[in-house]
Design a protein around this ligand. Structure first.
Ligand code: FO1
Length: 314
């Protein structure tokens, strides 16, 4: 079984490629919960929903988040009566937040709720929140500390980032189904998806048992670069790197993950950086990593799995 660590849009796209390449039972997608928050009395899990909608083929391809064929009557009616509309919840999407909130209140775990939704949406692979207990990303900036969605959506990632905190991570354990996978030796390899290393992957690696499993080097770890030609495909990864004084390139990301990763899938546009990555001791595959269509996601997934097999036999 392959364990794929995924955050938002980039993670969901590679997860959908891996889901096409692997048989049911061969893939578990571990998803960031650092973006989760309570809003309008509802429990919102944006990255879980992005992965779930993408794997079910009902995602909004323009925004990357939310559902396709969405309508916005709720938001319009909320605006009319002076409600909070900075975070947009579509009518269909709302059903998931309302039902998740109801089940959490009656005591179901986030992992059980996610499994149940995924089964109803005919998703054949496992989708696992990294933890059932809350982990909340807080962003330190020159303008003060923001909760994740406040920084990301309300402030449009404009404040200059100086650091991060993952509240709850020190106490959080892997969710029960993830713990079972880590303990049973079912995992043959780990894929770090091209999700934001600081905002999406770091909150997952802050869960000690998951990090320890990856660090134990029992299985090969392959990462797909979220930075192509000095920029992020989507989102603020390159901006954050520059603000933290790091080089916004695949090389900068490789230095950030260091020995946690064994091999890199990087974009052909960055071919000049391949020798520098290899000098760091990493195996490298060059391919077109822009996953703008399902067949492109499948190609990146196949390259990733084939690189993983090469690393395994080293
Ligand atoms: N991102 C935005 O930039 N603006 C929004 O209004 C917004 C609403 C939203 C609703 C449901 C959901 O699951 C995700 C939503 N996102 C929105 C994305 C969310 O902020 C994610 O945390 C980021 O995409 C990071 O992965």
């Amino acid at each position: 079984m392959i364990l794929a660590l995924a955050g938002g849009v980039g993670g969901a796209r590679l997860a959908s490629g891996l889901a096409q390449a692997l048989a049911p039972g061969e893939l578990a997608v571990v998803v960031n919960v650092g973006d989760d928050f309570e809003h309008l009395g509802l429990s919102i899990s944006p990255d879980l929903d992005t992965v779930m909608y993408t794997l079910a083929g009902i995602h909004n391809p323009e925004t990357g988040w939310g559902r396709a064929a969405e309508s916005w009557h709720f938001m319009e009616a909320l605006a009319q009566i002076g409600g909070d509309i900075w975070f947009r919840l579509g009518d269909r999407d709302l059903a998931v937040h309302i039902e998740r909130t109801r089940r959490l209140r009656r005591g179901d775990t986030l992992s059980a709720i996610t499994a149940s939704f995924c089964a109803r949406l005919a998703i054949a692979h496992m989708v696992l929140p990294v933890s059932d207990a809350p982990v909340r990303t807080l962003v330190d900036t020159g303008a003060g500390e923001f909760s994740f969605q406040d920084y990301f959506v309300r402030q449009r990632c404009e404040p200059t980032v100086t650091g991060f905190r993952f509240e709850g991570a020190a106490e959080a354990e892997p969710s029960a189904p993830l713990m079972r996978l880590l303990e049973t030796g079912a995992i043959n390899g780990v894929v770090i998806c091209p999700s934001n290393p600081w905002l999406s992957v770091a909150p997952m690696l802050a869960v000690a048992q998951l990090r320890a499993f990856i660090e134990s080097k029992r299985v090969p770890v392959v990462a797909v670069s979220p930075i192509v030609a000095g920029g992020a495909i989507k989102g603020p990864a390159a901006k954050i790197m520059r603000e933290l004084g790091l080089e916004a390139s695949v090389l900068g990301v490789a230095r950030h993950y260091g020995a946690l990763v064994d091999a890199w899938v990087m974009d052909m546009q960055d071919a000049v950086l391949k020798p520098a990555i290899e000098r760091g001791g990493f195996a490298v595959a060059l391919t077109d990593t822009i996953m703008s269509a399902p067949e492109r996601s499948l190609n990146v997934a196949r390259e990733t799995l084939s690189l993983m097999r090469r690393v395994e036999v080293r």
